[in-house]
Design a protein around this ligand. Structure first.
Ligand SMILES: Nc1ncnc2c1ncn2[C@@H]1O[C@H](COP(=O)(O)OP(=O)(O)OP(=O)(O)O)[C@@H](O)[C@H]1O
Length: 599
């Protein structure tokens, strides 16, 4: 370990325990300039395997009564875990804590710290656990909700005030803000924490506390309407009624014409259902923007014996059915629709897809020909100039995104290393198959992400929404993260779409390995992993749940290497999906061999 590091650590220790008797004790514990923190195993210090870098400092229950000199300690930028719990440390938490950039765990509970928490805490973007309970911290919390990987915040018994930041509680396993002076509405805790986590804050309100928040104050009194205005409004009403009568007249006339049209089209093949746009009931979504000149048709795909086809799916039935909005992505909205016979469907409504109707029709029929058990085929489609509808069977078991980042109670299952490796292998095989089959057509997935990996009835992962995007000219409207999919010179190649998928798949592998969200509040998973890996191979990247579950580190590193190949900034350097699939299968074979040895 370098001399500067040693010096900084000794300085930090001198401030922690200014009393001589402790310094004497330290004589036996190391912490002096003649020895090495790693090789001579200073008390409370843990290093990397090569004994060159200090990783953890744990100095708990030692009755230290000095101060925390972060300006010295944080010169040791490699520290990931710092625990000074249960001492008698006083003073502020210094601003320089923000320089301890690698920190993942910061435990300061059970001391006499006081003052405001510094804003620089919010710069610790790798932080997972922040425990500061039983101190005298006061003031507002810094914006630590921007730290996307945070899984616990424990701060009971302080004097903290202001609002509780809008944390994303989805990944949290511990949270306690009780016995402080927090006020205002509690943010949505996603049902993960009970009242105990918030009790003892007299001005805090809302779920999960029993006291509801007061309704927002009404600022404006209704104004009196003058006689002049009444006259104007009555004019509008009369004019409105006249327009309404006219509209009904035109509508009835058109309806009659359409009925005649429909009758004359009854000789069409049974898989193509023509329908008019009249309907008495309206479901939550409406297709009012359908252009009038064209009679919309719903094309039902699949063999005639296929379940959904025989259930007599029709466009009109689809429109009438009750629909629930599941999500609004950047490419369109997704609805869960229960059709007449009780079957649940997922209907994707895409607006402004720059694809001709002929190409859309050709593409959907082509996709219908390429079948893989782990790729969800559309069961029907509808196309007009302005919008396209894609109908899929509804998958009841959620997405990979939910499985990784949703609450563990919701599915009651642990997502262990074996299952994650298996998901990676299955999806890579399915994608490799699709890429091979559709190579000539140049149709890739185009929007591969963990939300588009769904678990079917048998809990097998399936790729959904394959081929819904035209990638060639998407550069203009891609998000910041996706911009890295492209390299300017190479983006015009017809193979771009496949390379984009490989990047997307690499990111899914990173999510499986780290358990972290891809991108949130400025956090960028690929960049983060690359920066940690660049320093040196480290287990810090991996999801703690995998490590505590006994996952094999070597195989995790091997999978990480595959992921890094996939997210290579230069598309041409990325492997093909067939190569990726082979690499992952090798890792899976090794895993299986090791399991059979263990038996
Ligand atoms: N067939 C399906 N069955 C059940 N759930 C689905 C189905 N298809 C998608 N979902 C889920 O519905 C939600 C919304 O899906 P949607 O496709 O609108 O999101 P998105 O992929 O983020 O959007 P976009 O592709 O426009 O970026 C997601 O959680 C997704 O996992």
């Amino acid at each position: 370990v370098e001399d500067e590091v040693k010096k900084a650590m000794i300085e930090f220790m001198d401030n922690l325990s200014p009393q001589n008797d402790v310094v004497l004790r330290l004589g036996n514990w190391g912490w002096n300039s003649t020895s090495d923190p790693c090789k001579d195993k200073w008390f409370g210090v843990e290093c990397n395997d090569g004994l060159t870098t200090v990783r953890k400092i744990v100095l708990e229950k030692l009755s230290f009564n000095g101060t925390f000199d972060a300006s010295s300690l944080c010169l040791v930028t490699s520290i990931t875990v710092l625990s000074l719990q249960t001492n008698n440390l006083t003073g502020h938490l210094p601003l320089e804590i923000g320089d301890c950039k690698a920190l993942t765990h910061l435990y300061l509970a059970g001391n006499q710290f006081s003052g405001d928490l510094p804003d620089s805490l919010a710069q610790l973007s790798n932080l997972k656990r922040l425990h500061i309970s039983d101190n005298k911290f006061h003031g507002n919390l810094p914006n630590i909700s921007r730290i996307s990987g945070l899984v616990s915040f424990v701060a009971e018994n302080n004097e903290l005030s202001g609002r509780i930041p809008d944390f994303d509680f989805t990944n949290f396993d511990k949270f306690n803000a009780s016995n402080n002076n927090f006020s205002g509405q509690i943010p949505d805790v996603k049902g993960k924490f009970e009242a105990e986590s918030f009790l003892g804050n007299p001005y805090l309100c809302g779920i999960p506390l029993p006291n509801l928040c007061p309704p927002p104050l009404k600022t404006e009194k209704p104004k009196k309407i003058s006689a002049k205005k009444i006259l104007i409004y009555s004019g509008y009403v009369i004019m409105g009624s006249f327009i309404l009568v006219l509209a009904i007249f035109i509508f009835l006339k058109r309806k009659k014409t359409r009925q005649e049209n429909t009758e004359s089209r009854s000789a069409m093949p049974s898989s193509t259902i023509a329908s008019g746009e009249t309907r008495k009931e309206r479901s939550e979504y409406s297709l009012t923007s359908l252009e009038s000149g064209r009679i919309p048709t719903l094309v039902v795909l699949g063999s005639p014996g296929k379940k959904t086809a025989t259930l007599g799916l029709s466009f009109e039935g689809l429109l009438k059915a009750p629909a629930e909005l599941l999500g609004r992505g950047k490419h369109g909205s997704l609805y869960k629709v229960r059709v007449e016979n009780g079957v649940l469907l997922a209907v994707k409504r895409i607006k402004d897809w720059d694809i001709s109707l002929e190409e859309f029709d050709r593409r959907m029929r082509r996709l219908d020909q390429v079948k893989h058990r782990n790729v969800l085929p559309p069961v029907a489609f509808y196309g007009s100039e302005q919008e396209k509808l894609l109908v899929y069977d509804f998958q009841p078991n959620g997405s990979l995104f939910q499985r990784l980042h949703g609450s563990s109670e919701s599915n009651g299952q642990v997502f262990d290393w074996g299952s994650r490796l298996s998901v990676a292998a299955i999806i890579s095989e399915a994608l490799s198959f699709m890429h091979d089959e559709l190579n000539q057509d140049g149709v890739g997935h185009g929007n591969l992400k963990s939300m588009n990996i769904l678990f079917n009835q048998a809990m097998e992962p399936c790729i959904s929404e394959y081929g819904l995007m035209v990638v060639e000219n998407e550069n203009q409207h891609h998000s910041i993260m996706e911009a890295t999919y492209y390299n300017d010179e190479e983006s015009t190649s017809s193979q771009t779409t496949f390379k984009v998928d490989i990047y997307g798949f690499g990111v899914i592998l990173l999510e499986l390995l780290t358990g972290r969200l891809v991108q949130k509040n400025g956090f960028d998973l690929p960049n983060w992993v690359q920066s940690v890996v660049k320093e040196e191979w480290t287990v810090e990247v991996f999801d703690k749940a995998l490590i505590s579950g006994g996952a094999n580190e070597e195989r995790m590193v091997n999978l990480l290497l595959v992921a890094l190949k996939c997210i290579n900034p230069s598309p041409n350097q990325r492997p093909t999906m067939t190569q990726v699939s082979m690499m992952i299968n090798c890792i899976r074979d090794e895993e299986e061999r090791s399991l059979s040895f263990a038996l």
